[in-house]
Design a protein around this ligand. Structure first.
Ligand code: RB5
Length: 148
């Protein structure tokens, strides 16, 4: 049984998170929703932390994070040791950030991508394996930067 997926959003990403939640439910995939739960203004770094912590602790397999652009919450997530977050709005990046970067957080902008594209990006992210090999060496160097 696969671990659940961690979800988190600020107010700018709330509606897209809800759409992706529906998609995950239709696929029968389990998730933990760390909020936000409405469109009241909140600060995206606060929303990133509990979802990313759940990934780092091994409680969730990965995080799907949402804000207005996807950028602020990705910058926040990438400050957390053990998180490799990718903000993207195209299919190639969603696939290759898994293949080459072993990304464990996908960040999407609720004011950038529509629900249909977001679900396609989520599917690519969830269904693509890390290739390892030379890419493992590079990911190890990213990890080493955390202790610089
Ligand atoms: C909130 O207005 C907005 O700044 C936030 O959702 C995000 O786009 C930041 O990167």
């Amino acid at each position: 049984m696969s671990k659940p997926i961690a979800l988190a959003a600020d107010h700018g990403g709330f509606e897209l998170k809800e759409a992706v939640k529906q998609h995950l439910t239709e696929l029968g995939l389990e998730f933990v929703d760390f909020g936000t739960h409405n469109t009241d203004s909140v600060d995206y770094p606060d929303m990133a932390v509990p979802a990313c912590d759940a990934v780092v602790k091994g409680e969730c397999r990965c995080a799907l994070l949402f804000c207005g652009t996807g950028v602020g919450i990705s910058i926040s997530a990438n400050k957390i040791h053990g998180i490799r977050a990718c903000c993207c709005s195209d299919a190639f990046s969603a696939e290759y950030t898994r293949r080459h970067n072993d990304a464990n957080a996908l960040c999407l902008g609720g004011r950038v991508v529509g629900a249909g594209l977001a679900c396609t990006l989520v599917d690519l992210f969830l269904n693509t394996e890390f290739e390892g090999g030379r890419h493992q060496r590079r990911v190890d160097k990213i990890t080493a930067l955390e202790n610089r």
